[in-house]
Design a protein around this ligand. Structure first.
Ligand SMILES: NC(=O)c1ccc[n+]([C@@H]2O[C@H](COP(=O)([O-])OP(=O)(O)OC[C@H]3O[C@@H](n4cnc5c(N)ncnc54)[C@H](OP(=O)(O)O)[C@@H]3O)[C@@H](O)[C@H]2O)c1
Length: 315
């Protein structure tokens, strides 16, 4: 099968021909129609997990995908041949990922039936970004009368978080450069602040002088998160997907700091599918390209400036 893989950590991802994987007990084989790109993909290929998991090489790049159940190992009961599924297909220890014609996932792992009204290229863009956004918005404790700042709002996770946060009734302040501010407001942000245009805290206080109850961070470094956390009122919560929260230091200031690490679950994917079907969560596909163009697409994402999701067509 065609796959995009790295021969070692840090190698340039390249088109590779690999044997089709065989599903073991409890596993399903999915014929992927599309894969979704996440920053995680190039981070894992770079070696982000090298201290925590032994990888098998060639290591197929990518996590998110959507396709059709092609085969199942012994003991599989939840999903059947021919079902349209989407999920997270990565197993570094076995060299497996989603930038490939076929991928394996445990039936009790992060896989669910696709949102009913979507096409494969759309569904493939959803899993990691939307399930992560669902988690971080819940962990931020939002609701009517509360105010949240979302730093990194223009990316895949951020755009989903803006919509889900606004659905809770919270007032959403979101970062966006000028070119993206209108889009982010249409997704539900009450205000946007421009992280490329001067002191962010001053911009937030200018639109909301009382400070914020929650801070969701999907971009920037620890120093920036620490600075933004000064906007939090006592008892406020900071949730970071980029591990920039310092929970101990925040606790010293009466704040709750969380670094989010949880992988998407089947339950989260099912909930996300319902939200997508109900039209309550929209995913903007910024770029659709081919599997073969994945190395360029990864380089582009690494350079920054994402304004939505990138999807790779596999079939
Ligand atoms: N821990 C977890 O479980 C988990 C799960 C999912 C994602 N993540 C991580 O979360 C991060 C975001 O993921 P994603 O899929 O949303 O990425 P993405 O789609 O590539 O988007 C990143 C966005 O951040 C913006 N940005 C960059 N620097 C910024 C800054 N200093 N302030 C405000 N915005 C900034 C970028 O726009 P500009 O370049 O124009 O500023 C871009 O729109 C990634 O690092 C990813 O690895 C972690």
């Amino acid at each position: 099968m065609r796959a995009i893989a790295v021969s070692e950590y840090g190698a340039t991802p390249a088109l590779t021909y690999l044997p089709r994987p065989e599903p073991g007990p409890g596993e399903i084989l999915v014929k992927l129609v599309a894969a979704g790109l996440n920053p995680h993909d190039w981070k894992i290929a770079d070696g982000m997990l090298k201290d925590t998991a032994d990888a098998a090489f060639p290591l197929v790049v990518g996590c998110d995908g959507a396709g059709v159940v092609e085969d199942a190992g012994p003991g599989v009961t939840r999903l059947r041949h021919g079902e349209q599924v989407y999920g997270v297909f990565t197993d570094v220890a076995r060299g497996r990922g989603s930038y490939a014609e076929y991928a394996i996932v445990r039936e009790d792992g992060p896989v669910a039936r696709m949102p009913a009204e979507t096409i494969y290229t759309h569904a493939a863009a959803v899993p990691t970004a939307c399930a992560t956004a669902l988690d971080v918005v819940e962990r931020a404790g939002l609701g009517e009368g509360r105010t949240v700042l979302i730093a990194g709002a223009t990316g895949g996770v951020g755009q989903a978080a803006v919509q889900l946060a606004a659905r809770t009734g919270a007032t959403v302040i979101a970062t966006a450069r000028a070119d993206a501010a209108g889009t982010i407001r249409r997704l539900g942000a009450a205000h946007t602040v421009d992280h490329s245009a001067g002191a962010l805290n001053d911009q937030v206080l200018a639109v909301h002088s009382a400070g914020i109850d929650a801070l969701i961070v999907t971009a920037g470094d620890t120093a920036r998160t620490t600075e933004l956390a000064r906007l939090l009122r006592p008892g406020g919560t900071c949730v970071s997907t980029v591990w920039t929260a310092d929970p101990d230091a925040m606790a010293d200031h009466g704040l709750h700091g969380v670094n989010h690490a949880d992988a998407p679950t089947a339950d989260a994917l099912e909930r996300v599918a319902h939200l997508v079907d109900a039209g309550e969560l929209r995913v903007h596909i910024e770029r659709e390209t081919t599997l073969e163009a994945a190395p360029d697409a990864l380089a582009r994402n690494r350079a920054g400036g994402a304004r939505g999701k990138t999807v790779l067509r596999i079939l």
